[in-house]
Design a protein around this ligand. Structure first.
Ligand code: NDP
Length: 255
């Protein structure tokens, strides 16, 4: 297999929620593989800082501030990106949020907000970009799922439900759009040190549980997600569709 199969030179990639954490790591990874990357977030100054630091590495990146829970804002942003940068070849639906509380006390608005951010947003963005990919007869969509679609864990019931929805939305879109030469896949990260996990990272009891439960015996490193994203963004995955690639040190493979 030629390594050029993984080359993303000239491809335009839009990564939602990429001003920090996993999205930011993937933006750097795809940028280093040659892609022109559009980073996104709601906080304009945080996004500008992220763009500046990747630009300083010589990567071809720009920022687009919009809220992924607003379908009109997504549509406007995609139209603007396509006009100013070029057709979006790769969409990574990464923006997501977490709220921890016992199920019996879980606030209504937090439940709705998690679904809007983790599920609605991914569908709205896939719909906006997918419509254009159908016309061009090619495209790659990657949804960031989670090991939580495979595990039941306390205090995160809504989050777990959203990641189950993301997994099945991935399969449904793949089945529907395969005929248009669009591949829709997902990545299922294990546990990574990002602001989303701030409460867990400094909790020694949790860390001990995680490292004991994970065959690799440790947390993931953000750069370890990049290979999966490049594979699923590139021609190397042209016959891979509806799959969720777990990057979790074996966590979901073990009992
Ligand atoms: P972070 O909380 O560190 O980063 C979230 C990013 O999303 C930020 O850039 C934030 O920017 C952006 N964002 C949040 N809401 C919106 C919105 N409504 N519109 C636009 N941007 C938004 O999260 P992680 O990097 O940890 O997680 C990224 C994805 O990976 C999520 O889908 C998460 O569920 C998933 N995941 C994470 C794991 C982990 O271990 N960290 C494990 C498994 C899955 P801003 O503040 O400007 O809105």
């Amino acid at each position: 297999m030629s390594l050029s199969l993984f080359d993303l030179t000239g491809r335009v990639a839009l990564i939602t929620g990429s001003s920090q954490g996993i999205g930011y790591a993937l933006a750097g990874g795809l940028g280093r593989a040659g892609a022109r990357v559009i980073l996104n977030g709601r906080d304009a100054s945080k996004l500008a800082q992220a763009v500046d630091s990747l630009s300083a590495e010589g990567l071809n990146v720009t920022g687009s501030v919009f809220d992924v829970t607003d379908p009109d804002a997504i549509e406007a942003a995609v139209a603007r990106i396509e006009q100013e940068v070029g057709p979006v070849d790769i969409l990574i639906n990464n923006a997501g949020k977490q709220h921890r509380a016992p199920a019996e006390e879980f606030p209504d608005e937090a439940w709705r907000d998690i679904f809007r951010t983790n599920v609605d947003s991914a569908f709205f963005a896939a719909r906006s970009v997918g419509r254009r990919m159908i016309e061009r007869r090619r495209g790659k969509i990657i949804n960031i799922g989670s090991v939580q679609s495979e595990l039941g864990r306390p205090t995160i019931v809504p989050y777990t439900a959203t990641k189950g929805a993301v997994k099945m939305m991935t399969r449904g879109l793949a089945a529907e759009w395969a005929k248009h030469n669009i591949q829709v896949n997902a990545i299922g990260p294990g546990y990574f040190d990002t602001p989303l996990n701030a409460a867990l990272v400094n909790n020694p009891e949790f860390s001990a549980w995680l490292c004991g439960r994970t065959p690799a015996g440790r947390w993931g490193k953000l750069e370890e997600l990049i290979g999966a994203a490049i594979f699923l963004s590139s021609s190397a995955s042209d016959f891979v569709n509806g799959h969720m690639l777990m990057v979790d040190g074996g966590l979901t493979a073990s009992v």
